[in-house]
Ligand binder design. Structure first.
Ligand code: NAD
Length: 322
């Protein structure tokens, strides 16, 4: 019996797989190894995981019938679905790939969970909150007005999962991730991207005023949250469904983030002001009340410590992977 992790060559999928393998779980990883960012980084993550004999990897596309039929025949205890077309901006120009990778794939995953009666953990996103004007975004807030098609696919995933969970008697939990960062992270995301640009002394495009606020979550906090959610799902009745934020509720402006990074790297960034981009929300700030109350969990890595841990990894490994 094994836990299936889709998107296992990706940042969060890799980090969760690494932790489960450390606990001697059997893990099956699936990824289509798309080229949204460095394929080399994805392959490095997979070869790291392959050091464990409990890890098996299959290059498959979750939107294909081949993927679905393959797992109809496998023994799996749980699905952790993280594979998705990521990034808000690209969804304005290529919505079809978001339909394919985030909706068709999700349907296949639900069909697998229905057939195998396996519980499901899936990735939603803070983007479902749209231009929420509350200080803290709470799971009970209205999320019916997403600003991008990416956000719309994530909201659809939540509704699709609810319907399958209730009708087909497996359980599922969706997690609304808030800007996850850390070692082995995503080069397209701010902390990694800014580090690359500052060190290369290239121009650093700053979209909008830079006063936008973002709530960052360190990867180990996400990994620990997933551990707790796995236990929660295993102890709940069939048909249980819930949604949780992953964030800490300590948002920071992009300008302040740049200040922290430039002081740690001891280089001033060459900022190039640009127009605000489509789909960008002014701020994200997670309420962590529900994870505290229902899961007795609180993300506890400070941004400064998390950035130090990221930079340690970056100088040792990340900067060598292009
Ligand atoms: N990182 C964040 O801050 C963040 C924030 C909000 C939501 N999320 C969500 O969390 C999940 C994981 O994000 P991540 O940061 O690890 O991204 P990632 O891009 O590093 O990982 C996603 C992986 O899925 C794979 N993939 C995409 N489409 C696929 C398909 N059809 N079949 C098989 N594999 C496919 C990609 O190749 C990639 O390796 C995603 O669903 C993302 O939308 C992440």
């Amino acid at each position: 019996m094994a836990i299936l992790i889709t998107g296992s060559a990706g940042f969060i999928g890799f980090s969760i797989a690494k932790n489960l393998l450390k606990k001697k779980e059997n893990v099956i990883g699936v990824d289509n190894l798309n080229n949204y960012y460095s394929k080399k980084l994805k392959l490095k993550r997979i070869s790291f995981l392959k050091k464990s004999k409990n890890f098996k990897f299959f290059k498959l596309d979750c939107s294909s019938s081949k993927f679905k039929n393959f797992f109809f025949k496998k023994k799996i205890t749980m699905v952790i679905h993280l594979a998705a077309e990521v990034g808000v901006r690209n969804s304005f120009y290529n919505p079809n790939i978001y339909y394919q990778n985030n909706l068709r794939s999700f349907f296949n995953v639900l069909e697998i969970c229905k057939k195998k009666k396996s519980n499901l953990i899936f990735a939603s996103s803070s983007s479902v909150y749209g231009s929420n004007d509350k200080t803290y975004f709470s799971e009970s807030d209205d999320t019916s007005s997403p600003l991008s098609f990416y956000a719309a696919t994530k909201k659809c995933n939540e509704i699709m999962a609810y319907s399958y969970t209730k009708n087909y008697k497996f359980s599922s939990i969706g997690i609304r991730f808030f800007n996850v960062y850390g070692p082995w992270g995503r080069p397209d995301m701010s902390i990694y991207k800014f580090t690359n640009l500052i060190l290369s002394k290239k121009k650093l495009p700053l979209y909008g005023s830079g006063k936008q606020l973002r709530d960052f979550t360190y990867i180990d906090d996400v990994v620990n949250l997933i551990d707790i959610i796995i236990n929660k799902l295993n102890s709940e009745r069939k048909g249980y469904f819930d949604i949780f934020n992953s964030g800490k509720g300590n948002s920071i402006s992009i300008l302040n983030l740049l200040k922290i990074l430039s002081s740690k790297l001891k280089i001033n960034p060459k900022i190039q002001k640009k127009e605000k981009q489509m789909g960008d929300v002014f701020y994200t700030n997670s309420s962590s009340k529900k994870i505290k109350n229902k899961l007795n969990f609180e993300p506890n890595t400070s941004l400064k410590k998390g950035i130090d841990l990221f930079l340690d990894w970056y100088f040792e490994i990340g900067s060598k992977i292009k």
